[in-house]
Design a protein around this ligand. Structure first.
Ligand code: NAP
Length: 172
């Protein structure tokens, strides 16, 4: 395999104190365990051939205190960065993408409203995919599609935690 994309994911609507622990476990299974195991399964062959790429779909939520979803995406981001460094010079590259809001089924499946999210913050999936594949081809460690989200992330990293967590999604 030349390219592995760890993309599967979903979000939980309820805050941690009132969520079902089985849902929290399912979240970790999909967002953390699955990418770890899939990456572990393909890397030995990639390294042996000296060729291959892994793309991990994280989120800007990785840079903010946004529940267990943000925590899991922070794990994926850190995992990607660590592997990127570990594999440097061996022909195999690992790239994390941290998108902001993207027009997909994500929010309807999560049963949260999209109404409060300003239009300017929405990205098209085609744009995110193109930016991601370009970043992987250039062997980038992390990519944040769009200038506006690069600015948001830069500010979120400096802001106090309650500010960085602003804009919590509301249930439908
Ligand atoms: N949309 C956003 O605003 C946004 C922002 C940042 C990051 N992301 C991340 O982008 C990735 C893709 O999400 P999306 O926006 O494309 O949402 P989506 O339209 O809801 O698609 C989610 C994808 O994940 C798969 N999936 C979900 N739960 C699964 C499970 N238990 N086992 C196997 N596959 C599962 C789905 O497969 P099925 O269709 O077969 O169920 C689907 O292909 C996710 O990792 C998400 O966290 C999304």
């Amino acid at each position: 395999m030349d390219l592995l994309v760890n993309n599967a994911g979903f979000g939980l609507r309820d805050p941690f104190a009132s969520s079902a622990v089985d849902d929290e476990q399912r979240l970790l299974d999909v967002l953390v365990t699955a990418p770890m195991r899939l990456t572990h399964a393909v890397l030995p062959q990639m390294v042996e051939r000296g060729r291959g790429a892994v793309v991990n779909v994280a989120s800007v939520a990785a840079y903010t205190p946004r529940g267990t979803y943000g925590a899991a995406k922070a794990w994926l981001l850190s995992f990607s960065r660590s592997l990127h460094v570990e594999l440097r010079g061996r022909g195999v590259t690992v790239t994390a993408v941290a998108p902001g809001f993207v027009h997909t089924e994500f929010h309807s499946r999560m049963r949260v409203s999209k109404d409060g999210i300003p239009r300017v913050l929405w990205l098209r999936p085609e744009y995110v995919v193109r930016a991601t594949l370009r970043a992987a081809a250039r062997r980038r460690m992390v990519t944040i599609p769009s200038l506006r989200y690069r600015l948001i992330v830069a500010l979120a990293r400096l802001a106090p935690a309650p500010w960085a967590a602003a804009g919590t999604l509301t249930p439908r």
